[in-house]
Design a protein. Structure first.
Length: 422
């Protein structure tokens, strides 16, 4: 009788040990930017993931207002040893610096060793947005691009037959001029520029003219005809009646019908249309292209692993795959209007296949995909200060305090002082 009792006790202890191991929960801290936007879909994705993976707990931390704030937070956390385990919404332009400093982990070996990765559905070409020096350092979550939002309730009063919204800048300015005359209570046009990370919309403006703010090797590219033409457009926006205000104020004004044409990221589509309500007819169009070789700056970001502990890295990778799945991508697109990077989500009716049929406003960004590329990096550690210097001169042009010619000279002088010393 003793042997069976011992065997029974041994089995019970073994079962308890196994159960305890299974019950041991891994907690992952996930920090992210844009809390009012990304926090909505990340909360839903994390909750769904934890339902399916009760051994992993996701704690969301949304303390960074935008990409530069998230970058600075991660750089500080790297110094103090307080890094989170996952960083979400890391802008593509910030990944090289974070990778060079060892803050975000290379994922090549993990991807190569995971036979189920191909089943997730991420477009292979999309990994180019998160590849630094030949190494994949994050998984792309989304792509965004500048598009045009048209308040057709206002526009139809002066263009009753307008249907094709593939407009040129000349067309846009003509509509703005007529809007100003016919409906003086409406701001004819608003170009969102102030809150952009690394002057994102200004990069798109130059890239649509066939050049870049900075070249691939870190040289100034804006001191060109395309740069002068871009500044000239900003001046014309100001002359057309654009009032300089915060992006949040502009979104509220547009949603209340007080702006005619609004240029901003397609990631604002859901918010703008939802806030506008059914009485305001909002339609979208592609960002005007001024050159046959014109491109557009890609916005959006990816999810990276910052954990250094092996168990946490394994759990984080499991979450990254789930957050990249067709189900999660569907949540992100429906919550924001971002352009998805998961091919299964786009093709399957159960996910987004029928969504685009029911939401034609989302197609403007899809049609821009062939033009999208990652904007070139601002060189050196002064990149945030360069961003501010350029932004301040853009503001001076829009508010008609400087001519494009004056702004170009001052902007060139200020930026040159901030470039790395050779």
């Amino acid at each position: 009788m003793k042997k069976p009792l011992i065997a029974l006790l041994g089995g019970a202890l073994l079962l308890a040990a196994v159960t305890g191991a299974q019950a041991e929960q891994v907690t992952l801290r996930l920090t992210h930017a844009f809390p009012s936007r990304d926090g909505v879909f990340l909360k839903a994705i994390a909750e769904r993931f934890m339902q399916q993976n009760p051994d992993i707990k996701i704690e969301l931390e949304g303390n960074a207002t935008d990409c530069p704030a998230l970058l600075q937070q991660l750089l500080r956390d790297g110094v103090t040893g307080n890094l989170p385990d996952i960083a979400s919404g890391v802008c593509y332009t910030d990944m090289p610096m974070l990778a060079d400093r060892g803050i975000i982990n290379p994922l090549d070996k993990i991807i190569a060793g995971d036979a189920s990765w191909k089943e997730v559905g991420i477009e292979p070409g999309a990994l180019g947005t998160t590849t630094v020096k030949g190494h994949v350092v994050a998984i792309p979550q989304s792509v965004s691009a500048s598009i045009a939002y048209y308040n057709m309730t206002a526009v139809r009063k002066i263009r009753p037959d307008l249907k094709n919204l593939d407009l040129s800048w000349t067309d846009v300015l003509s509509i703005a001029k007529d809007l100003k005359a016919a409906s003086p209570e409406i701001m004819p046009v608003f170009f969102e520029y102030y809150a952009d990370s690394y002057n994102w919309s200004f990069n798109s403006l130059l890239m649509s003219h066939g050049t870049d703010v900075f070249t691939e090797d870190g040289k100034i590219g804006f001191n060109s005809k395309a740069g002068r033409d871009a500044l000239g457009l900003l001046q014309q926006f100001g002359q057309a009646g654009m009032v300089d205000m915060t992006a949040e104020q502009a979104r509220q004004a547009f949603a209340s019908g007080k702006i005619g044409i609004y240029f901003a990221s397609n990631s604002r589509l859901k918010t703008l249309t939802a806030n506008a309500g059914p009485l305001l007819d909002i339609q979208t169009g592609v960002f005007p292209q001024s050159s046959n070789t014109g491109t557009l700056a890609s916005g959006g970001g990816g999810m990276a692993i910052t954990a250094k502990d092996t168990k946490k890295i394994e759990a984080a990778w499991k979450f990254l795959k789930f957050a990249s799945s067709a189900e999660s991508q569907t949540r992100i697109v429906k919550a924001t209007g971002f352009t998805p990077v998961n091919t299964i989500a786009v093709k399957e009716p159960a996910y987004l296949g029928d969504y685009y049929k029911a939401n034609p406003n989302a197609l403007a960004a899809i049609r821009e995909l062939p033009r999208i590329k990652i904007q070139n990096l601002y060189p050196g550690d002064n990149a945030p200060r360069i961003t501010t210097a350029i932004r301040d001169h853009l503001q001076a042009v829009i508010t008609l305090k400087q001519t494009p010619e004056e702004a170009m000279l001052k902007m060139l002088s200020d930026v040159e002082k901030l470039l790395p010393k050779s």
